[in-house]
Design a protein around this ligand. Structure first.
Ligand code: MSP
Length: 539
């Protein structure tokens, strides 16, 4: 067997100053759906998520809770891990930037950058808000009348020594890669969706060198090699997680990543600073393997009932609310809503309860759940629960193997392109065809005359087989419910997936999307509704 293609997908590593909220859960769920799809297709998948721990705000938040930074980080990192486990996230590894495996490698990378000549010690000058302990941009300082926006005290012109990365030296390479779509130094690199690329290209044209170290953060952080006074700027430390985790003999095959998933808030770091640092590192001995990631995909934001989520408004959909959705609608219903209605494109999406209920009832209860019930009920009623052979002509071409194959191919293609709502729409399109087919052929009327039973047999066989194929395509999104469906259809797919090598090689997708997988004679079990219709409680 040839070596399976690898697929490496990452999420941002999340700050541990607080617990996870729906935004973190969203990106990680999208990555999970991608990872599952590619595993289904037999690829050797590496799916990385984790936590970014050396931020100054972790120190502040720990102090506010009277614990040490590492105690605070431990607590929240655990919360992220538990939350992801609860959400059926199938990550391969979970990186914490406070782990030695990360810290030692980051120091080596920064050392190599220092050797490259692209790092220099310089002066950083800017307007400093001492109360807030942060620099204010020149434009904002002017807007604020050179006073603190918080306590109105005058801003101070401050100069500090910092290590800088020569980002400006990478303007041309980045423009070649992004603006002109060319190859550079054996690498290609893309920013998706396309509409986001322009903003980045314009900013690259004006970019300056960036500081990569910080002082005044105490002991928290990774030291600049040979200079304990300076800690590596948390963003530089964090970006390196994507290679530090796979920088071992067994895992280097996964690099370059296929896609870094993240939101628009942190696109600049991933689309400009990260590739520039990699190009610098790549020139150093031993780092020739450090190519550029193939793509960075930046999605938009979830807002909540029409309002941007923020700390000051305290309106994040938090763990408690996430748990309530799971308890009321099921985990898969939450995953489905996130994947189908999420802000993967350039528009924000509204997480509104009414929209959730509408999506749930329309797509899951009335479409998927309903056609499964109809098909299994009729199979039980007319054929004693045993799937009949398709012996006669169905007498209608709404649901043929070709129709199903067309929609299945469209769904798989959309998955490959990270178009989750498209992938789901085509998979559900198959289910809708099942409904339409039942409406048109009326097997419940036909069955009244025994002479029609061969035709009813074909109709029900086609319905069940189409549902099986749709189920394979929906598994990455709603794995729990689909596993129930497979059990009712007598398929051992769950076991086959569990037994498949983690390094890929078994293309279940191609096998299972082929028409004819359900064998006549298979027992079809009627179960509880997969997604019972939700009726809001009366107030
Ligand atoms: N630690 C940095 C990332 C370093 S990556 C090398 C960071 N962390 S974060 O905790 O603030 O997470 C930001 C990410 O969380 C966003 O890029 C996005 O993936 C996700 N989201 C946070 N809020 C979100 C929404 N309201 N909607 C959708 N995703 C959101 O930045």
């Amino acid at each position: 067997m040839s070596t399976p293609k690898t697929f490496y997908v990452t999420t941002p590593i999340y700050y541990v100053n607080d617990e996870p909220h729906i935004g973190h859960v969203y990106t990680t769920t999208v990555a999970d759906v991608m990872a599952r799809f590619h595993r289904l297709a037999g690829r050797d998948v590496f799916f990385l998520t984790g936590t970014d721990e050396h931020a100054a705000k972790v120190v502040d938040s720990a102090a506010a809770h009277n614990v040490t930074p590492i105690q605070w980080a431990d607590r929240n990192a655990k919360s992220f891990q538990e939350t992801f486990a609860k959400l059926a996230i199938s990550n391969t590894d979970f990186i914490r930037t406070t782990q030695d495996r990360h810290k030692t490698r980051v120091q080596a990378y920064v050392k190599a950058l220092m050797n490259s000549g692209d790092v220099y010690l310089g002066d950083y000058a800017g307007w400093y808000d001492a109360g807030q302990e942060e620099y204010v941009t020149d434009a904002n300082a002017e807007k604020q009348g050179f006073k603190s926006a918080i306590n109105q005290k005058p801003l101070v012109r401050k100069t500090e020594k910092n290590y800088f990365f020569r980002l400006s030296a990478y303007r041309e390479p980045l423009l070649a890669l992004l603006e002109r779509g060319e190859e550079f130094d054996g690498c290609r690199f893309n920013v998706l969706p396309e509409a986001r690329k322009n903003e980045i290209v314009n900013r690259i044209k004006e970019m300056n060198d960036v500081p990569i170290s910080r002082t005044g953060q105490g002991d928290w952080g990774i030291s600049i090699p040979g200079d304990d006074q300076h800690k590596i700027y948390v963003w530089i430390d964090a970006l390196f997680n994507y290679i530090s985790t796979v920088d071992t003999d067994e895992r280097r095959k996964y690099w370059p990543a296929d896609v870094h998933l993240l939101a628009k808030d942190i696109l600049w770091f991933h689309a400009a600073i990260w590739p520039a640092m990699l190009l610098a590192l790549k020139k150093q001995p031993g780092y020739e393997w450090v190519l550029l990631p193939k793509s960075v995909y930046s999605h938009s934001f979830w807002i909540h009932e029409g309002v941007k989520m923020s700390k000051s408004l305290g309106n994040f959909i938090d763990l408690k609310e996430i748990d309530q959705y799971i308890a009321t609608f099921s985990l898969d219903a939450l995953r489905f809503f996130l994947a189908a209605e999420g802000p993967l494109g350039t528009n924000d999406s509204d997480f509104a309860k009414s929209k959730f209920i509408e999506t749930y009832n329309t797509a899951l209860a009335n479409t998927l759940g309903n056609s499964l019930s109809r098909t299994s009920n009729m199979t039980t009623k007319y054929f004693g629960g045993v799937l009949p052979a398709p012996v006669a002509d169905a007498g209608d071409a709404t649901l043929t193997p070709e129709v199903v194959a067309g929609l299945a191919a469209a769904s798989a293609k959309a998955y490959e392109e990270l178009d989750l709502s498209g992938a789901i729409a085509s998979a559900l399109g198959i289910v809708r065809k099942v409904d339409e087919f039942i409406e048109k052929t009326k097997p419940f009327t036909l069955a009244k005359d025994p002479a029609n039973l061969p035709r009813v047999a074909t109709i029900l066989y086609n319905c069940a087989e189409a549902l099986r194929i749709a189920s394979v395509l929906l598994w990455p999104v709603i794995p729990g419910k689909i596993q129930e469906l497979w059990a009712r259809f007598g398929q051992d797919y769950t076991a086959q997936l569990a037994a498949a090598p983690a390094t890929g090689g078994v293309d279940h997708l191609a096998q299972w999307l082929t028409w004819g997988g359900l064998k006549p004679g298979t027992a079809i079990v009627i179960g509880e509704p997969l997604f019972p219709r939700y009726v809001p409680p009366k107030v």
